[in-house]
Design a protein around this ligand. Structure first.
Ligand code: KG4
Length: 333
């Protein structure tokens, strides 16, 4: 089954063709990051307009690159939540029109379910159930993936997402948006013990997280240094900050895996590209004897292939939509 899949929830317009949920025939991505970088973050209206400009061009490009014709498309899948509402609406409306014109089923896909499904593309042998930590620019959640379309949130951030925290810290360090990758690079030459930052702890649910305290600690440190006329060791700040994020994420995930008896741990989302977090998860997997699945870098960030992968399983579960499908800024997993 060939699915034409659309992703437009933030600042990437992406269109892919995926076969049977596991094989990428093409994955076309147009990143708007450079357009937003001058503003230090995503400007929603610019994002929406840019999606409008690029989505039809990318759709044709995807069909050509996959070596198929429109007649070969069996279904259309689209990220319909959560995300910047104007941006999501562009993808949803375009996908609805495609499904109508091609007379094929329309499959709504939750964006975070898509991130999780990126791992099905990278690891053909991976099947639920497993534990998943989904860490992106807008979400940070620990999920019990009981089946392809049956998931339970065990814990989530109560404030900022991990990616948001990377982006804000990057701004303090004068690094460009999106800040995750530049912090990753800078941290490689730093000393992660030089600055001590708070590890996220919240009362009530041990699997819930918080990153706003860490963000404030970074801002305060930078201001204090400036006021005292001291030179900030930017590389060590980046390394110490990344260590604090990783120490908030990895032990919690390990604890949940042990408690639920899972031997398979999956990491997903843009922040899963972080080299320190990847290394810490790898070490934890070796130490605790679980199989670790993290997508290759190109499947960590937003892409259309992940939507096509999850779309396949949503279709098998009978989750299709009519032409009245809407877009949503927020939605339970
Ligand atoms: O999954 P994603 O592409 O978009 C959302 O669905 O939100 O995630 C984007 C986030 C941004 O905050 C970006 O700074 C972060 O992922 N990111 C990273 C790295 N690469 C991207 N964070 C840490 N280290 C990285 N190497």
């Amino acid at each position: 089954m060939k699915i034409l899949a659309f992703e437009s929830t933030c600042d990437e317009t992406a269109v892919a063709v995926v076969e049977d949920g596991r094989k990428i025939l093409t994955d076309q991505i147009f990143s708007q990051a450079d357009l937003h970088a001058v503003y230090g973050g995503v400007v929603p209206e610019i994002a929406s307009r840019c999606h409008v400009e690029s989505i039809s061009i990318l759709a044709q490009k995807a069909i050509d690159a996959a070596g198929i014709t429109r007649k070969d498309i069996d279904a259309v899948a689209v990220s319909y939540a959560p995300g910047l509402i104007g941006a999501v609406l562009v993808g949803v409306n375009f996908a609805k029109s495609c499904a109508l014109a091609l007379n094929v089923p329309l499959i709504p896909v939750h964006h975070i379910r898509g991130h999780i499904a990126a791992n099905y593309l990278a690891y053909p042998e991976l099947e639920p159930p497993f534990l998943c930590l989904a860490i992106s620019g807008g979400n940070t959640i620990l999920v019990d993936v009981r089946d392809y379309t049956d998931m339970k949130i065990l814990g989530a951030t109560r404030d900022d997402a991990a990616g948001e925290c990377f982006d804000k810290t990057a701004r303090v360090l004068g690094l460009p948006y999106p800040g995750g990758k530049p912090i990753d690079e800078l941290s490689k030459t730093g000393d992660d013990t030089k600055y001590v930052f708070p590890i996220s702890h919240v009362d009530g649910n041990e699997y819930d997280m918080s990153f706003s305290g860490l963000k404030t600690a970074v801002i305060n440190l930078a201001h204090n240094c400036e006021q005292k006329g001291e030179t900030l060791d930017r590389a060590s700040l980046a390394a110490s900050f990344t260590k604090a994020v990783s120490d908030s994420l990895v032990p919690r995930t390990v604890k949940a895996a042990k408690e639920l008896g899972y031997k398979k741990v999956v990491v997903a989302g843009g922040v899963a590209a972080n080299s320190r977090i990847r290394a810490d998860f790898k070490a934890a997997a070796e130490k605790n004897g679980f199989e670790l699945y993290i997508p290759p870098l190109k499947l960590c960030g937003d892409n259309g292939a992940m939507v096509g992968a999850q779309g396949y399983y949503e279709y098998l579960a009978g989750h299709t939509a009519g032409s009245d499908l809407n877009a949503y800024a927020t939605m339970e997993l």
